[in-house]
Design a protein around this ligand. Structure first.
Ligand code: C2E
Ligand code: CA
Ligand code: CA
Length: 408
């Protein structure tokens, strides 16, 4: 986003009392005076210099200006449009949106333009409703914010009290439709909220050191469960070993001792490095390309597989394939889904499969939900399949049942 800098000569009016308010300003250089009109004359109520912000109520609720602002010298102002803030806010987390709304109400009240007497959070929220939001939206926001705050607060206990568990989703070999490996997917069995999915709490954990404890848990648990899961893998084709995929996020993979810890865990659990596969997304890679590249090279040297996850979802996938020694490409569900919409998408997948095979990588197609998709991908030469059509992620007891049922 480029800065909108506006230049004024000394004595120019920036805005007048009663004007429609659409932007706030930060003084980059120069000075302004804030004036109100009294008995038909301007009266100065304040002077502001570089770094000061004025007109900010506009950012919150628009309306009209309650004072006039005039420059005292040649002045540069950085304008912040209300629409800019709104679009940034729309992308912000619910907690941030919620807090901004509450602050907004405080500012409104303090500035005298306030609609109300609100004190509690819900009263403030009700006011937000009055100022143009639908009750449903406000309720949803409040619900999301409360849930997020609850999860963030409870996460420490979750780890200590063993509420985290790993579920495993089978990955199937397309050639014989039998089991080639598993992907470990974390779940949080929350005492009151039920099962919480990783998309909700991993981003919260990533903001604190908790992510390291989660990463440690995932590695230890997955490796500990492997002796039970490995014998179920009856679909490995020649030369291939059964494998366990785990997901690691940026802070976990970029730790100074990431390689040593993984190597040590493999030893402790007597797992062959070739049986472990670490899935990394583009986000992890771009977080710190140099460190990630070094860890990937060292792990590959040891024999550990590295998969580029969610391929086709981001932008830079091809770039990384050139420079990093991935052993596997995971084609994202969104990409797989598009295959049926157009021949073009199908061609892209076909080329991806060929490229991957030329680079000596295997491919896993993710999120396969029906037979036509599975059959088409198999026909196109994809090596591995993962998706609800074959099996959902399951707890260890559920996997035992699932395995017994498929053998029967
Ligand atoms: P991912 O690595 O892309 O994992 C695949 C996600 O797709 C999983 O969601 C899985 O349950 C879901 N999935 C599999 N097959 C299908 C299907 O046929 N249809 C649909 N609609 N979905 C399918 P899940 O378990 O909710 O995980 C979401 C994301 O959370 C994962 O995406 C991964 O990025 C992250 N994650 C999961 N476990 C861990 C973990 O242990 N550590 C870290 N750092 N991240 C994790
Ligand atoms: Ca994954
Ligand atoms: Ca994925």
């Amino acid at each position: 986003m480029s800065l909108d800098v506006r230049q004024f000569e000394a004595g120019e009016i920036v805005f007048r009392m009663g004007d429609e308010a659409v932007a706030a300003y930060v003084i980059e250089r120069g000075a302004v005076e804030i004036l109100i009109t009294k008995d038909g004359e301007f009266e100065r109520i304040n002077m502001l210099g570089p770094g000061a912000l004025f007109g900010e109520i506009a950012l919150l609720d628009g309306g009209t200006r309650t004072a006039t602002v005039r420059t005292l010298a040649a002045t540069h102002l950085i304008a912040i449009q209300r629409s800019q803030l709104e679009s940034l806010l729309a992308k912000a987390e619910p907690v941030v949106q919620y807090i901004v709304r509450i602050l907004l109400e405080h500012v409104r009240r303090a500035s005298g333009g306030a609609p109300g007497e609100a004190r509690t959070l819900s009263e403030l929220l009700a006011l937000a409703v009055k100022t143009g939001e639908t009750p449903e939206l406000a309720d949803k926001l409040k619900h999301e914010a409360t849930r997020m705050l609850t999860l963030a607060t409870n996460l420490v206990d979750a780890i200590a009290e063993g509420q985290l568990e790993l579920h495993y989703q089978p990955i199937v070999n397309f050639t014989n439709r039998r089991l080639a490996g598993f992907e470990a997917l974390i779940r949080w069995r929350h005492p009151t909220l039920g099962m919480v999915r990783p998309d909700e709490f991993i981003p919260l954990a990533e903001k604190t050191d908790l992510i390291h404890r989660i990463g440690e848990f995932v590695v230890q648990q997955a490796l500990a469960d492997w002796p039970m899961l490995k014998p179920l893998c009856d679909g490995a084709v020649e030369g291939a070993t059964p494998f366990m995929s785990i997901n690691l996020s940026a802070p976990e993979f970029c730790k100074p001792d990431a390689f040593e810890r993984i190597a040590q865990s493999l030893k402790t659990h007597r797992m062959a490095p070739q049986e472990l596969r670490i899935e990394l997304t583009e986000t992890v890679i771009i977080s710190n390309v140099e460190v990630v590249s070094e860890v990937i090279h060292r792990l590959r040297g040891l024999g550990v597989g590295i998969a580029l996850d969610d391929f086709g979802k981001g932008y830079g996938g091809l770039d990384y394939l050139q420079s990093l020694p991935f052993s596997c490409l995971k084609i994202d569900k969104s990409f797989v889904d598009k295959m049926h919409q157009s021949d073009r998408s199908k061609q892209i997948i076909q080329s991806t499969l060929e490229l991957s095979s030329r680079l000596g990588m295997s491919t896993v197609a993710e999120g396969i939900e029906d037979k036509p998709t599975a059959d088409l991908l198999a026909q196109m030469g994809c090596v591995y399949a993962q998706g609800y059509y074959f099996a959902r992620p399951m707890s260890i007891p559920a996997i035992r049942e699932w395995d017994a049922a498929r053998q029967a």
